[in-house]
Write a protein that binds this ligand. Structure first.
Ligand code: FAD
Ligand code: NAD
Length: 559
């Protein structure tokens, strides 16, 4: 995997975007999230107990005060206890109560976890603004549509408020949905004490023990900061800080060219800054190259590839942020960059601190909780820990919000007696740049490797957004859709899209993979005209199947 760093130039557009040294923001510590500032929480059970008093309280008394949903299995306080109320825990909880399981969810910080409070939700609010700003600043594009706009500008605080308000709204929606369905929300750190036993509450204060027939760990992740990088939260920061948009630096280095690097480069360049490498090492290489041509080359981005940021020192005493780069292979010093700020987007680390994994002989692997294909937790000997599951970022299988939720639903299905194995190759992913990138299944190199190992042929079909009426009407003809498939069976192995609304378009392909629909069937599905979905219609129609491929297939396929 290539390492990357990118530097962007932001042109200051209004006076509110000053250097933090002049306008010191009250940044919270990156560690305040994911359960490390739990004393700030006051609700449900902990309130019922009288927070702050050092006393042990009978779990029965607490549960009597807070429980309303179902009756638990005999001998247990709950059928299901979920530790962590991020999107994974939330998805599992809703499905569990729908299935009649008496369910509680323990949260050490705020409901919604990373996605709602410092991830998907606020970042998409910022990207909504950057998309509009980019369009309004593109004179050539507007002229082609016959539109004239003079001096578009934005109010930094207004943009920040939009992101913050959206997070509050979604957090409140999630909380209300849990309450409305009768999920018990238990506040405080959740710790596994042993099989089917958990305690929760304010550590060292009012803690309560409860039992559950099954337990799901859904404790998520926090930003990963490599050694040698010093975070001050003002000039060197992670996405946790960046989402608050307390200032827009003139020159910002974005360390890491994954999802966060790419999305924030879209935000900063539209608002005025940026930096990257081989775009998204995980992308299909052809889409990566196109993304570089569309999303990086024409923008104010200077990028360094094949290097690691070895040491980063925050701005101090009038000196800029210093970034020492080393060659990713030889580790020799390459360059030193001087910038106003650095966003560290070098991945995320699972959060399992305080969870009590040692009490059940579970040893993490690079921090992640080891699981099998049913999300069942494995102990240090590789044996199943009975009645214990782990979903979402904490297991590291696929660090995406909808994957966490889907894993939770899959576990609940299993708890209710239905054999369910989630096909992770049918889970779509999207990067919300302008234009967007989306994908599902295998990249072309992955498909070629699989084909070679298993002895089958693959074919590739492509369609361009340039031939799509709706895209042209929007003057957004740049883009590509790519299909990787088996010409002998019509099986869809992967679909990759870069173009207008790619994140929405991918679902036709991901649903097809999930349901085992093959090209010979889906190519006859009718699409409304003129719509962007016709890009995929064309894609499936352009696939060339072998003469022997059947016209309709009902048996399930394995992706
Ligand atoms: C900037 C950014 C943008 C992103 N954008 C997207 C996107 O557009 N689409 C997408 O699919 N994904 C996106 N993601 C990824 C997505 O946010 C995560 O995959 C998702 O939040 C994982 O959900 P989770 O439930 O596993 O964990 P989390 O959302 O991290 O929730 C875990 C919860 O557990 C709590 N907790 C931890 N330990 C304990 C304990 N011992 N006791 C009690 N509670 C505890 C934490 O406080 C937290 O609330 C983004 C991430 C970031 C950082
Ligand atoms: N739209 C979305 O779905 C979305 C958006 C944001 C985040 N996310 C999720 O959040 C997770 C974290 O995102 P991310 O972008 O931080 O991680 P990532 O794993 O996608 O990318 C991290 C990048 O940092 C590089 N890197 C690591 N150390 C480095 C160093 N010292 N110097 C230079 N480069 C270095 C890696 O090579 C890699 O390219 C992702 O796994 C993703 O699933 C999803």
């Amino acid at each position: 995997m290539q390492a990357s760093i990118s530097v962007s130039l932001a042109s200051p557009l209004n006076s509110s975007r000053s250097h933090p040294a002049l306008q010191p923001p009250s940044w919270p510590s990156a560690l305040r999230f994911c359960g490390l500032r739990r004393e700030a929480l006051r609700f449900s059970a902990v309130n019922a107990l009288g927070t702050g008093r050092i006393r042990r309280v009978s779990p029965r008394r607490v549960l009597a005060a807070i429980s309303e949903n179902g009756s638990p299995s005999k001998g247990f306080d709950y059928d299901l206890v979920i530790i962590g109320a991020g999107v994974g825990g939330h998805g599992a909880a809703l499905h569990a109560v729908e299935k009649g399981l008496r369910t509680a969810i323990i949260e050490g910080d705020v409901i919604g976890g990373t996605c709602v409070n410092r991830g998907c939700v606020p970042s998409k609010a910022l990207l909504a603004v950057s998309g509009r700003m980019r369009e309004l600043q593109n004179e050539h594009h507007l002229k082609a549509l016959g539109i004239q706009v003079t001096s578009p500008d934005y109010d930094r605080q207004g943009v920040a408020d939009h992101a913050n308000n959206l997070a509050s709204k979604i957090r409140s929606n999630l909380t209300n949905s849990l309450k409305a369905l009768g999920v018990d929300i238990l506040s405080g750190v959740g710790t596994i004490l042993g099989p089917q036993k958990v305690k929760f509450g304010k550590v060292g204060f009012s803690e309560t023990e409860i039992t559950a027939r099954d337990i799901i760990i859904a404790t998520g992740s926090v930003p990963f900061v490599p050694k040698g990088i010093e975070i001050d939260g003002k000039t060197v920061f992670t996405s946790d800080h960046a989402l608050k948009l307390e200032w827009v630096p003139e020159w910002i280095a974005i360390v890491g060219s994954g999802y966060i690097g790419l999305e924030f480069s879209d935000v900063y360049t539209a608002l005025g800054s940026e930096a990257l490498d081989q775009l998204m090492p995980g992308f299909d290489p052809e889409i990566g190259k196109l993304a570089q041509r569309i999303l990086v080359n024409p923008r104010k981005i200077d990028y360094h590839t094949g290097v690691f940021a070895n040491k980063i020192t925050p701005a101090k005493d009038g000196n800029p942020v210093l970034i020492e780069l080393i060659d990713a292979k030889t580790k020799e010093a390459k360059d030193t960059l001087e910038v106003d700020a650095a966003l560290i987007a070098t991945g995320r680390a699972p959060f399992t601190k305080g969870l009590g994994l040692e009490n059940i002989n579970v040893v993490t692997q690079h921090g992640f909780v080891p699981i099998n294909e049913h999300m069942q937790v494995l102990d240090a000997n590789g044996d199943l820990v009975p009645n214990l599951y782990c979903i979402g970022d904490a297991n590291g299988k696929m660090m995406l919000a909808h994957a966490a939720s889907a894993q939770g639903i899959s576990v609940v299905e299993r708890l209710c007696g239905k054999e369910n194995v989630l096909n992770h190759l049918s889970i779509p992913a999207a990067c919300f740049t302008h234009p967007e990138i989306s994908m599902v299944g295998l990249t072309e190199p992955q498909a070629r490797e699989k084909a070679e190992q298993e002895g089958f042929e693959i074919s590739v079909a492509k369609t361009s957004f340039k031939a799509n009426t709706k895209a042209l009407a929007e003057n957004e003809g740049e883009g590509l859709a790519k299909l990787i498939y088996r010409p002998d069976s019509g099986e869809i192995l992967g679909v990759h899209i870069l173009g207008l609304h790619a994140a929405d378009l991918i679902h036709e392909a991901s649903n097809a993979i999930a349901l085992g629909t093959r090209i010979q069937d889906i190519k006859f599905a009718v699409h409304a005209h003129p719509t962007l979905s016709e890009v995929l219609d064309e894609l499936f129609k352009s696939a060339k199947l072998n003469a022997g491929a059947s016209h309709s297939v009902n048996e399930p396929v394995t992706a």
